[in-house]
Design a protein around this ligand. Structure first.
Ligand SMILES: *Cc1c(COP(=O)(O)O)cnc(C)c1O
Length: 449
């Protein structure tokens, strides 16, 4: 009988994360302090982040970074995650390609984000932090931090963009069930929230405002710090557990991927599945393609510019060397909320600049078509974000068929879509559309300060 799922025992949960920066010939350019314009140092981040996380952010030398025992213990709740051969999808596509996916939807929060939320909360705990703040748009990151907070006994406050708070009540329920405080942003609980609310009483909120509120609360509260769910190097580092497990599982399947695919918001799940395999390409031992799948409505890697830009709308964060559409870019309200980010992490940006990775932009309707086909052939209803990776995998499987080549394709299923069914309702009712951005708009946006 053919094997469907490749499962590792708990004792095979990796003991170290992989730090790709140590192996990169050209390191990513340094982050820059927004006021002094000097290169940022780990100490500059201590007021906001746990010290070990700040050190990880700047670590260019240690290839392997040990995963604390306590974190590995919590990983056991859902890790190792399965590697699955998508026989059903292969059959429907009538492709000679072998398609595998790493199923990160099995975590209690339904996505890969818990892989970084757990260590982030842990390192804060050992620093003596008692409270953490964060922001969340669609709600996945807030959900992961809420669960991780409960796992290690920290209090979590999540500023959730008001429109999502009202339109996506179930992610709020999840966070509250795990004991987090969820505040619709803009709120009256911070100076920045009050300013926005008094000037624009009906404002529906934005990630930029939610970030300002979360940072303000963290800065003004003793023993309180802040956490971020993507973009930064330490987040990508934690996510490499995905690719490290997948590498062992591909060995069990006695195959090696030719093409690796991840959907792309700020870059954390794509980095997680890719970097452990990329190390063999950097060393010249293997050749493989790495494809980041982004929304056509938010095409930072395929149509953005490489330059220094802020990580947030409001311009509070350090300047990051990255592919960006401009920090003021306001993406269309597509259902893959986790991919509506204007930029890309500095490591993936550097790798893209050197053509070590590729990117594709996929229109919304193609992603839902892929998601529904996947649900009907493999059973799992994918997150709207993950459908971008599936659509890219389908494109490659179709190309393999045209060329008559039995390519091995591995993609990351970053999450399930069970809390996103209103998006599927709209797709099935024929109410969704594609969004393309005229070139002039990107140019104009990049020129704004
Ligand atoms: C947040 C999220 C993403 C996008 O974030 P990355 O940092 O690019 O991985 C993708 N998929 C799911 C399910 C998410 O929750």
């Amino acid at each position: 009988m053919k094997t469907k799922k490749f499962l590792l025992p708990e004792k095979e949960i990796p003991t170290h994360w992989y730090n790709v920066v140590a192996d990169m010939q050209n390191k990513p350019q340094r982050l820059i302090h927004p006021q002094t314009k000097e290169p940022l140092k780990p100490e500059d981040l201590y007021p906001l982040f746990a010290e070990e996380l700040a050190r990880q952010e700047f670590n260019e030398t240690d290839r392997w970074i040990e995963i604390p025992e306590e974190v590995r213990d919590k990983y056991k709740i859902y890790r190792p995650s399965p590697l699955v051969r998508a026989y059903g999808l292969e059959k429907a596509l009538d492709t000679p390609a072998h398609i595998y996916f790493k199923n990160e939807s099995v975590s209690p929060v339904g996505s890969h984000k818990l892989n970084s939320a757990l260590p982030q909360v842990y390192y804060n705990k050992i620093d003596g932090t008692t409270n953490l703040t964060t922001e969340t748009g669609a709600g996945q990151w807030g959900t992961a931090l809420a669960f991780a907070g409960k796992a290690f006994g920290l209090e979590i406050a999540v500023y959730m963009v008001k429109i999502s708070y009202e339109q996506k009540p179930y992610r709020r329920s999840l966070m509250q069930t795990w004991g987090a405080q969820v505040i619709a942003s803009p709120s009256m609980s911070t100076k920045s929230g009050r300013k926005v609310l008094t000037e624009r009483p009906n404002y529906q909120g934005s990630l930029g405002t939610a970030i300002s509120e979360a940072i303000e609360l963290a800065m003004q509260t003793p023993n309180c710090k802040y956490a971020l769910g993507s973009v930064l190097n330490h987040v990508s580092l934690h996510q490499t557990i995905i690719g490290l497990e997948a590498e062992k599982q591909m060995e069990m399947a006695e195959e090696y991927p030719d093409i690796i695919i991840g959907c792309f918001g700020g870059g954390s799940n794509f980095s997680g599945i890719s970097f452990p395999f990329l190390r063999h390409v950097i060393k010249g031992e293997k050749s493989m393609r790495f494809i980041a799948a982004e929304p056509a409505s938010c095409p930072k890697l395929t149509r953005g510019k490489f330059r220094y830009d802020f990580g947030d709308e409001a311009g509070f964060t350090p300047l990051i060397p990255m592919y960006t559409l401009g920090h003021n870019f306001s993406p269309a309200n597509i259902h893959a909320g986790g991919l509506r980010y204007h930029g890309a992490g500095s490591i993936v940006s550097q790798l893209k600049k050197e053509n070590l990775i590729e990117a594709v932009a996929i229109p919304q309707l193609e992603t839902f078509e892929a998601g529904v086909l996947f649900a009907r052939t493999e059973g799992i209803i994918p997150a709207p974000e993950s459908t971008h990776a599936i659509a890219a995998a389908i494109r490659e499987a179709n190309r393999a068929k045209e060329e008559g080549k039995p390519k091995v394709i591995l993609f990351n299923l970053s999450g399930h879509g069970l809390v996103d069914m209103s998006a599927y309702d709209q797709y099935l009712a024929g109410d969704l559309k594609n969004y393309e951005i005229p070139e002039g708009e990107i140019e104009k946006n990049l020129q704004e300060e």
